[in-house]
Design a protein around this ligand. Structure first.
Ligand code: HEC
Ligand code: HEC
Ligand code: HEC
Ligand code: HEC
Ligand code: HEC
Length: 222
């Protein structure tokens, strides 16, 4: 076991001890990530330095996620866009608006905006965006309806059981590749037809793309 989980086994006694001590503190500090019970992460919604709205930029303006999060289908991580990306538009739109002041400042000084990271798996978990995004797993499966959020919050637990639930039966959660970033997309508006299509087409994807979702410990704990 210790070969597979060197990091957390070393931390385990400390975790057990700290867990007891931190029950009170944890309700105050949402950032006590490793120690808090899983459910407290759902709903986590820190105040961001700039009140950036996904609802405005995705559903209203119609930007694709990859316009800003362009690394998401190429690498393990999903980047947060540089302030210069915002200025593609905001050097014209809402120019000199106080809500954009920090963004302009950041471009001038070259110092990135200190966005607060919301989603994070512990260090002992291996995660990779591109393997999911390139196999028809939509952002909505793990992040919820980001396209309608005025401020991003943690919508799914991202716990081990959450990951495994899908790894056990991925067919029911796959979609055509070109719909991965279309968070409003459905197989059909009729729920019964949608469920039928999901089953037949999902199984087809598993077959055609030779999907093998691993449940073995070493897939996610390397
Ligand atoms: C115009 C640029 C832009 C577009 C388009 C965009 N985002 Fe974002 N996204 C951001 C910025 C900036 C942040 C950091 C601030 C925040 O959390 O709101 C962010 C944060 C996030 C986060 C939370 C990151 C964390 O800290 O855990 C997720 C998840 C996310 N975006 C998903 C999406 C998805 C899914 C789409 C497409 C439906 C999308 N984004 C479209 C700019 C964008
Ligand atoms: C493709 C063009 C485009 C890009 C890129 C873009 N925006 Fe916007 N943004 C807009 C438009 C259009 C509006 C709506 C303007 C209005 O309300 O009149 C807007 C509105 C806003 C507002 C006003 C708040 C609101 O809810 O309406 C803020 C703040 C903002 N953007 C921040 C950002 C940040 C930060 C980025 C980079 C992560 C960014 N924008 C990237 C086009 C863009
Ligand atoms: C299978 C689940 C899953 C899918 C699908 C998924 N994500 Fe994530 N996302 C995660 C996890 C887990 C993290 C935390 C990763 C970490 O610990 O660094 C995360 C983190 C992020 C972050 C924060 C990155 C940072 O460093 O602040 C952004 C932005 C993001 N995802 C955007 C997206 C977008 C856009 C899509 C769709 C194109 C997407 N994600 C699809 C699970 C997923
Ligand atoms: C909605 C479905 C879904 C969810 C949720 C999901 N996965 Fe996956 N995962 C997949 C699919 C599909 C693949 C691609 C398998 C393939 O290419 O054969 C995959 C592949 C992976 C791989 C690559 C495995 C390998 O053998 O290289 C890792 C690692 C992984 N997932 C970790 C995670 C973690 C960690 C979480 C939770 C934070 C998670 N997954 C949540 C569907 C999902
Ligand atoms: C599909 C990905 C995935 C697989 C496969 C997986 N895990 Fe995990 N595991 C996770 C994630 C994600 C977490 C972090 C949960 C959290 O942050 O709440 C985790 C956490 C853990 C923890 C710490 C639990 C805690 O509450 O702190 C242990 C122990 C663990 N895994 C053991 C295993 C063992 C043993 C196996 C094989 C039977 C396994 N894992 C297979 C994703 C996975």
């Amino acid at each position: 076991m210790s070969d597979i989980f060197p990091k957390w086994t070393n931390q385990l006694p400390a975790k057990v001890l700290m867990g007891g001590l931190l029950v009170g503190a944890a309700t105050v500090a949402g950032t006590w990530y490793y120690f808090t019970p899983k459910y407290t992460r759902v709903g986590y919604q820190p105040i961001q330095p700039v009140s950036f709205s996904h609802a405005v930029h995705v559903d209203q303006i119609g930007l694709d996620c990859r316009y800003c999060h362009h690394a998401v289908e190429k690498s393990w991580y999903s980047n947060i866009p540089a302030s210069s990306t915002c200025m593609n538009c905001h050097n014209q739109i809402l120019k000199n608006d106080p809500r954009l002041a920090l963004v302009e400042q950041s471009v001038q000084t070259g110092r990135p905006i200190a966005w607060v990271q919301i989603h994070k798996v512990p260090d002992y978990v291996y995660f990779n965006h591109s393997v999911h995004v390139r196999r028809g797993v939509s952002c909505v499966e793990c992040h919820g309806q980001i396209n309608t959020m005025e401020e991003v919050y943690h919508a799914q637990p991202l716990s081990m059981s959450f990951c495994l639930e899908c790894h056990r039966d991925p067919a029911s959660r796959l979609r055509p590749l070109e719909k991965v970033t279309d968070l409003n997309w459905k197989w059909s508006n009729d729920p019964k037809t949608a469920a039928q299509l999901q089953k037949t087409r999902g199984e087809q994807f598993v077959h055609d793309w030779a999907i093998q979702t691993s449940q073995s410990c070493s897939a996610c704990h390397r």
